[in-house]
Unconditional design. Structure first.
Length: 282
């Protein structure tokens, strides 16, 4: 299993890194839209859609991304779109986690399916727009999510249940603890402070997400970073909840050793549009 994970990770990096640093944005946009379409196919399967509809969802997502690009949303998205995306993630995520696995099945299947396709499309638009703002900006958002996940894992392993006996979401993801969440938040703050210092010393041509926040003051940056860290956890929990509802361990087997695309990008799905929302509105 470890060998498979490593081989798959190296193969993905071999594709993503040249596209990420290419002077032309189209290789990155093309590669990521294919991944998002694969996630849309997985979303259809997770929600019990017939095979032809699951594939149709991938096509719908591709077309929606193409329409968004033609409308110029990759260059500049109407700020209200990001506000809508943020509201959907906050409200829907809170409702899903509060109601648990059983509550998700109460929604009409078609509504669940279409809501997921919309959020996947907005995540791609946010990723493409973040990339065009600069590699430094996009990487800072990606690393925020990865730092939250890595620090949460180690803090959860070391201190989970030691100080706070109540589980974070026992019926959704029994292994997650509040200590892990707070450890993830601490990790994000440490990474942000280090990144801002590197930005300052290197005087990079494009600003990172962290530098843009701290330019408005610590009283803005601190709650924004804690919010982003918390919402990355929400993205993880939402996907776990949907998988439990479907009785599936992984979203698919597209990425040997890793599961599916959604298993790898679940925490990024809310983080990317929320980062763009904060940039526009703050």
């Amino acid at each position: 299993m470890l060998k498979q994970r490593v081989i798959t990770a190296l193969a993905l990096l071999a594709l993503l890194l040249p596209a990420l640093f290419a002077s032309n944005p189209w290789p990155f946009m093309g590669l990521t839209v294919v991944l998002i379409a694969a996630g849309a196919w997985e979303w259809g399967r997770l929600n019990g859609m017939p095979a032809w509809l699951a594939w149709s969802g991938a096509v719908i997502c591709l077309l929606a991304c193409a329409v968004a690009e033609q409308l110029g949303w990759v260059q500049r998205t109407p700020p209200l779109v990001w506000l809508m995306a943020g509201a959907m993630w906050v409200l829907l995520g809170a409702w899903m986690i509060q109601r648990g696995v059983a509550g998700w099945g109460l929604w009409p299947r078609g509504v669940r399916w279409m809501a997921g396709l919309l959020l996947l499309t907005l995540a791609w638009v946010a990723m493409a727009q973040a990339h065009q703002r600069g590699v430094n900006f996009l990487l800072s958002v990606l690393v925020l999510v990865w730092a939250a996940d890595v620090f949460a894992y180690f803090f959860g392993k070391a201190f989970g249940g030691r100080w706070i006996k109540i589980k974070l979401a026992a019926n959704i993801s029994p292994g997650k603890s509040w200590e892990g969440v707070f450890g993830g938040m601490l990790g994000v703050l440490l990474v942000a402070l280090a990144w801002v210092e590197v930005d300052r010393r290197l005087a990079l041509p494009d600003s990172s997400f962290y530098s843009l926040l701290f330019a408005k003051g610590g009283w803005v940056a601190l709650p924004a970073l804690l919010f982003m860290s918390a919402m990355s956890v929400v993205g993880d929990l939402v996907e776990s909840l949907v998988k439990r509802s479907a009785g599936m361990k992984d979203s698919s087997g597209l990425l040997p050793g890793h599961g599916g695309v959604l298993d790898r990008v679940d925490a990024l799905l809310p983080a990317l549009p929320l980062a763009m929302m904060l940039v526009f509105w703050i």
